[in-house]
Design a binder for this molecule. Sequence first.
Ligand code: CDP
Length: 229
Amino acid sequence: MTTDRNGAVVIAIDGPAASGKSSTAQAVARALGYAHLDSGALYRGLTLVALEAGQGSGRFDAAVALAEAARRGLELRPGEAGFDLHLDGRIAEDRIRSAEVTANVSEVSALAPLRDWVNSRLRQVTRGVGGVVVDGRDIGTVVFPEAALKVFLSASPRARAARRLRQRGEAADAARVEEEAARLEARDRLDASRPVAPLRAAPDAVLVDGTDLTFEDQVARIVALARGR
Ligand code: CDP
């Protein structure tokens, strides 16, 4: 199998918002004995520190966000199942999933210097790791074009919206599903239309449509693809 420059086997899982990339990547990593690396967590962390530094829509400044990230120790550290995002000396997981961070993350992640910063972190942490499953938007196209397996994981906007509502423990009635689907589609449009590293499938990616698959089937399909390489 091909490896990255640190000798790690990389499996790239890209796809639109709430396609289940992170939870799928985590389960695939567990099945293969690989580490899991969530690139979106870094973009969310940068968005959080920028917001807390008083920035907001229309006035995000990459230099300020990077200075804040350094000052507050925003970094990936090896954890139990892969890498955890640390901020202020503790795991940042809950803080980076707020509605405010989610509403602003696409704007922040369109800033080229921030993408360079994230990409260099992602490429560094694979040192000493045998295999890693990385999920995001541009992992197979930009960050690890040499990945041993590239998967583009999608599902219909309604299926993704229903999953995201359930994940948050909220009611998934028809009206709320429509509302959440519209939010997801707006974020996908921003991610797919930005000039730098837009969301798209790599030409050599395997397309997996999870609309009618159970989570277990989705994971099993990707694990089988990886074992077949
Ligand atoms: O909500 P979801 O789990 O789908 O998103 P995420 O993976 O946490 O990523 C949040 C946002 O970060 C995305 O909407 C993109 O704007 C950005 N992102 C990116 O631009 N490139 C990546 N490789 C990963 C995330």
